[in-house]
Design a protein around this ligand. Structure first.
Ligand code: ATP
Ligand code: MG
Length: 519
């Protein structure tokens, strides 16, 4: 296979940090090339340079041996380079076809554009096996389908190099398989794919080669069939990582969080949580398993009063908090790490320091003034303990790498000192080293006696951390199993809405778990 694209000696500095430090990367025609590295290693930056989104300070980029200039994404697109960003950039109220032609000029009038584009889209989606309705509104589509729109948009522009920044982070296992099938087809077409991912298994499964970055530099490029997950981990973090969490014996206390017959609707008035009941005890991690979109986010949002409760009760430490205001509620001892960290958990325009005390500003008031010293000290402590890497606490939080922003919010919420911690997808987008430290922090919080509701789409995470696992399907709990006795198969079945034989069929208030444990 020949080298199709070559990045040589790429240097990119941001204030206070060298994001790319003399990086070399070659991409062959017809290969899937994985880019791996710790949070903040410079992966997204490098790809954004290749997409003309960032300018480089020095270095050169060659395509088919000829030097190219990429001053803007327009240049990249014209050369057949396309990118799906870590956070999708689709316009939610627009339809699939409108999103596809956005920023493109074709034909004469705008109406003609859309009809022609629809036909071309339909043809492309048939050819590549990407099922899509061109007239659907993007905002109403599941994440996996939105991603397909992004990919189709690139194919529409006839991209020969597709860059996907953490494309699987938000996908269900089935959606992930579909994505990989699409990528393999693209490769057979002679197109090249760069996939940024933290998931070693995925690299082993779908990539041909892998380049590992660390601290802005490339540490190694390997043929995937000549490496292992173990070697890749060592290359990336410089040590072995233990992804087997060790949980000390559990001494669960009283029920701190009680949810009774909870009903919650989505924006369009559809019931997403349908009479759900559960209890989380002090010193316990209750895992909530389920395919994204089965009401988990709505459950969390309702618990935090970010979404209206239509029916039922939420009780914290024996007090009914169902109709409290958000502020009272938060002050009353419930912390939240949302799945959507850029939109819900942080204020990107504010500094890391300010985000570190978000929601607790009052704690740092002395007389009429904010105690800046104290606030800064605690922000420093937080960044040190959670290994948040960036250019310092005065940096805008929005400029942190994806994974580091995540660690910031998680750290803030854990340190808040609430009795109840609701965490949603806590390790999504984190590198393996960071996953390990987040797991340790959650176990520590459990040892401190917090009641933790852990919502995760990663079964591995639940099996490692949770004491009990509740499986959610279409707004209901299909069953609750003891994590020690749980089998992946049984949980998988329940996630798909199938109640395993032997489990009692009592609908939403099912009492008998497959392991025989009584809830
Ligand atoms: N626009 C920006 N302004 C200032 N600093 C930035 C900007 N974008 C990235 N950085 C910094 O550059 C470094 C590399 O960030 P980058 O987003 O490329 O990392 P990454 O490898 O993609 O990490 P992750 O796995 O967390 O997504 C980080 O220290 C980050 O804080
Ligand atoms: Mg990134």
């Amino acid at each position: 296979m020949k080298d199709f694209l070559e990045m040589r000696n790429i240097v990119k500095r941001f204030p206070g940090v060298v994001a790319n430090n003399r990086v070399n990367l070659t991409i062959r025609a017809g290969e899937i090339h994985a880019l791996l590295g710790e949070n903040g290693a410079g992966k997204s930056t490098l790809m954004q340079i290749l997409y003309g989104f960032h300018s480089m300070d020095s270095g050169e980029i060659r395509m088919d041996g000829k030097q190219i200039r990429l001053d803007s994404p327009k240049d990249a697109i014209a050369l057949g380079i396309g990118m799906v960003h870590q956070e999708f950039m689709l316009v939610r109220p627009f339809t699939v076809v409108e999103n596809t032609v956005l920023g493109m000029r074709e034909g004469r009038g705008p109406l003609l554009d859309l009809e022609q584009a629809s036909r071309k889209l339909q043809e492309l989606s048939n050819r590549h096996g990407l099922a899509l309705d061109p007239a659907a509104r993007v905002g109403s589509l599941p994440i996996g389908v939105q991603q397909r729109v992004e990919i189709l948009k690139l194919l529409y522009r006839d991209a020969s190099l597709l860059i996907l920044d953490e494309p699987t982070a938000v996908l269900t296992p089935q959606e992930k398989d579909q994505l990989f099938a699409i990528l393999r087809k693209l490769k057979q077409d002679g197109r090249s794919v760069v996939i940024v991912t933290h998931k070693l298994k995925e690299i082993m499964e779908c990539a041909d080669r892998v380049t590992v970055m660390r601290d802005g530099q490339v540490v190694a490029t390997r043929e995937v069939r000549e490496t292992s997950e173990h070697e890749l981990t060592r290359l990336m973090v410089g040590r072995d990582v233990n992804l087997r969490a060790i949980k000390p014996e559990r001494k669960p206390g009283a029920a701190v969080l009680q949810v009774k017959d909870l009903r919650v609707e989505d924006e369009s008035g559809r019931e997403k949580v349908c009479g759900l009941s559960l209890e989380v005890h002090a010193g316990e991690i209750l895992g909530v398993a389920g395919v994204d979109g089965n009401g988990q986010s709505e459950l969390a949002e309702a618990l935090l009063h970010l979404r209206r409760i239509e029916g039922g009760q939420v009780i914290v430490n024996g007090a009914d908090v169902t109709s409290r205001s958000v502020a009272e509620h938060r002050a009353g001892g419930i912390s939240y790490v949302p799945a959507d960290r850029r939109r819900v958990g942080s204020v990107p325009e504010m500094s890391v320091a300010d985000n570190a005390i978000l929601g607790q500003q009052r704690k740092y008031v002395r007389g009429l003034f904010r105690d800046l010293d104290e606030a800064r000290k605690s922000a420093e402590k937080l960044t040190a303990r959670f290994g948040i890497r960036g250019s310092g606490i005065d940096q805008g939080a929005g400029k942190l790498s994806g994974g580091n922003l995540q660690k910031l919010i998680l750290g803030r919420e854990i340190l808040r000192g609430s009795a109840v911690l609701v965490v949603e997808q806590p390790t999504r987008g984190l590198d393996v080293g960071a996953v390990e430290s987040v797991w340790q922090e959650l176990i520590r919080a459990r040892q401190e006696g917090k009641a933790i509701l852990l919502i995760s789409a990663e079964l591995d995470e639940l099996l490692n951390l949770a004491d009990r696992i509740a499986v959610m399907f279409e707004g209901r709990i299909m069953g609750i199993v003891d994590a020690v006795a749980a089998s992946v198969e049984v949980i998988g079945l329940m996630m798909a809405g199938i109640r395993p034989a032997g489990a009692a069929n009592t609908g939403a208030t099912m009492k008998e778990a497959p392991s025989g444990e009584t809830v």
